[in-house]
Design a protein. Structure first.
Length: 297
């Protein structure tokens, strides 16, 4: 499960704090040093860790905490609150267009991040909310990706729009708008092509799609298991094409949690959902407070 090793380390630090009646400034500093190490080992971005520890320390060494009835517990509470704030404080919903207007969502991400799977998972969520999504196969470089989207779309009972692999993604997106309008689709999700690494062609292609059609939400899919790479990828995508939110996949297999903890602080963009497994139902809305409780164990 995600965060296992981080949780274990933090629990040890906190057990120590709780066992002490009164706390000295040195006690708090020593405990926070251990929290810092645990976060760095969890692959949380270095700058994020520094800022986090500074914020917690400023609050924890205040008179109210040190002279309080249960200072250890207070420090833990502060760590919890700062973790929630680090991850964006509130749950962020995907912004939909008002009324019956269709919302166009472009999914982006590197190959293997889980983009195609997540696209289908997301369509299922919208369907449950009574929407009529259309999935659009814009990944024309991997014929397997089109097939995969079709199979997953069928499983979700959602229509997939494809023009094969000989048409340019921007033209497919344009045609999909017409199709969606005729068909009464109120959510149109574009599954775009990834590459193994950030590259100019991929960014250009995404820009071309954005020029061809009005994209209301650009959602980046990153793999939690890649840790700080996922954070750097998010930074690059945001700089080049502008993203509205991030979906972090494979959190089920990530024992460290660094990506989930750093993305909001580094990119300024919130995590919307997290992928918790390979099944199409394994997508959970992201609640910073629940995630913080999960981390603290
Ligand atoms: P794409 O290249 O970005 O479109 O990636 P795919 O959607 O093809 O996914 C790559 C692999 O990751 C597939 O085997 C998926 O089943 C798997 N995958 C996607 N999301 C998750 C997740 O949240 N948890 C786990 N364990 N596997 C996932």
């Amino acid at each position: 499960m995600a965060f296992d090793s981080l949780t274990e380390k933090l629990q040890n630090v906190f057990k120590n704090l709780r066992s002490k009646g009164r706390l000295t400034e040195e006690d708090v500093k020593a405990a926070l040093k251990e929290v810092k190490m645990a976060l760095l080992e969890a692959d949380v971005n270095f700058k994020v860790v520094k800022g986090f520890i500074k914020d917690v320390q400023e609050r924890a060494i205040g008179q109210d905490v040190m002279n309080g009835l249960n200072p250890g517990q207070m420090v833990i509470k502060i760590v919890n609150e700062e973790l929630v704030s680090l991850m964006g404080a509130e749950t962020t919903e995907i912004q939909l267009q008002p009324g019956s207007a269709a919302t166009v969502i472009m999914m982006a991400g590197l190959q293997g991040a889980g983009k195609t799977t997540t696209t289908a998972k997301l369509a299922g969520k919208f369907k449950l909310k009574g929407k009529k999504p259309l999935l659009v196969a814009c990944d024309v470089y991997r014929p397997a990706a089109i097939k995969q989207l079709q199979i997953n779309g069928e499983k979700q009972g959602v229509e997939v729009f494809s023009m094969g692999d000989k048409v340019k993604p921007a033209d497919i997106a344009r045609a999909a708008m017409e199709h969606g309008a005729k068909n009464g689709n109120n959510i149109i999700i574009l599954d775009t092509a990834g590459r193994l690494h950030i590259d100019e062609d991929m960014m250009t292609e995404l820009q071309e799609i954005k020029e061809a059609v009005t994209v209301h939400q650009t959602i980046l899919v990153v793999d939690a298991m890649t840790g700080q790479d996922a954070v750097n990828v998010a930074g690059s995508f945001h700089e080049k094409i502008g993203i509205d939110g991030v979906i972090v996949t494979k959190l089920d297999g990530d024992t460290r949690g660094g990506a989930a903890l750093s993305i909001k602080a580094v990119t300024g963009r919130p995590i919307l959902y997290v992928g918790m497994g390979e099944k199409l139902s394994d997508l959970e809305q992201f609640y910073p407070d629940r995630m913080a409780s999960r981390i603290l164990g």
